[in-house]
Write a protein that binds this ligand. Sequence first.
Ligand SMILES: CC(C)(COP(=O)(O)OP(=O)(O)OC[C@H]1O[C@@H](n2cnc3c(N)ncnc32)[C@H](O)[C@@H]1OP(=O)(O)O)[C@@H](O)C(=O)NCCC(=O)NCCS
Length: 434
Amino acid sequence: MASLDTLTLPLDPTSAADLAASGLEYERVDADGEGFRPFQRAVARGFLGGESTDDEAENARKTLRTRRLTAVYDRRGVEPAVPVGTIDSWASELTTSPGRVAPLWSISAVTVAATHRRRGIARAMIGGELRTAAAAGFAIAGLTVTEATIYGRWGFSPAAWASDVQIDTGRARWTGPTAPGRLDFVPREAVVDRVAAVHERVRIQRPGSVPGWDGRWRGIAGLAPGDKSGEKVRAVAYRGADGDETGILVYTIDERDDFSAHELEVRALFAVDAEASAALWRFAIEHDLVGRVKAWLQPAVPPVQWMVADRRAVTATLTDHHWLRILDVPGALGSRRYAGALDVVLRVADPLGFAEGTWRLRVGADGEAVVTRADESEASEVELTVGALSSLLLGGVRSTELAHAGLVRAGADVLVSVDRAFTPEATPLLDIWY
Ligand SMILES: CC(C)(COP(=O)(O)OP(=O)(O)OC[C@H]1O[C@@H](n2cnc3c(N)ncnc32)[C@H](O)[C@@H]1OP(=O)(O)O)[C@@H](O)C(=O)NCCC(=O)NCCS
């Protein structure tokens, strides 16, 4: 059972020793202590942001109070209190099958000062997180990434993909269903609770998703201090015929010189069911004076493509989004439901050791898995790296495709059985950044 109170877990001694050997200090940062502002300054600088105001820092503090903040200091510097490395993490949960979740060690705010790059600081911080997470019983770690080149070396690999969507509203023409319920504008102040409520229902059904948090929703609602377009945020909620609020769209409209070609930017569109989704997309596409609708983190093949006359009016740019890293093979593979029976021996290579070994995955006709360590002498039928296994976990990619890329080795018939069993009940998606 994963420990959910990550704030009390000790610092990883291996990372502390590695950093000390370079004259660096590795410390936990208290969100309510004096180390917080310098920590936050270092994070903002790492992500190329400006210096934050007191209001912005207070806003960030509200979220970061619940997180494990760790920093690396070079005390010989001009500003010894400002970290040269930052990372934060927290106990989240990953939906692995509709209605089913696994504890997830979520990582964010990974920055290293540009003056201290490529000296192994990130390596020490990420290694420290993975060892701490594994020791605390987390079977899976996860993050979202700025660059696809960084995290593969630590066994992370994409497990859920998302599309950035643009719709040329002049071409699209709605042909989708007519939703029977109603849309109403809701005031900005009411957006946070409403988005939270709808998203909670959505994320629990969608493999690859994680819960949001108050700060994330305040940002989407335009209520975060320093948000220059906050005043322009509008929201509409959808209620079905029975009065249940099943969808919400939060957006801004960017004005263009051509008055009929303004751009509607979706900040959030969460819908519990197809009916709410149709109502909200139709509202966006048919909005007066809007020539383009833009939305991020949509399903790989966005459902709205099937609801317009000209599907090419909807362009979708696919990107890897949720990167996962299996730390405990039985815990991770046992956390989801499968589509069919399977009995297979996997040989997993993991240079960091966590998932290394030979494992037997047995799935019964009921879709429930039992994973045990196999005898090393047992012939393995599938050979793969921990990254490949992490990508396969939710069924977002087929083992056959990874085999084509040389990342999985198995006989053709074994690959077919694996793919059949791993077929997800819903395509994995992560609909927020973290
Ligand atoms: C990405 C970042 C954290 C790396 O920190 P770092 O301390 O320089 O990394 P390390 O020295 O520990 O590097 C470890 C390995 O990762 C590689 N690496 C580091 N950053 C990389 C990058 N951006 N692209 C590709 N490889 C990278 C290093 O070359 C090294 O490889 P090696 O072990 O094969 O020699 C740092 O460059 C940074 O703060 N970038 C801006 C903020 C950011 O993008 N953070 C990531 C958020 S998801």
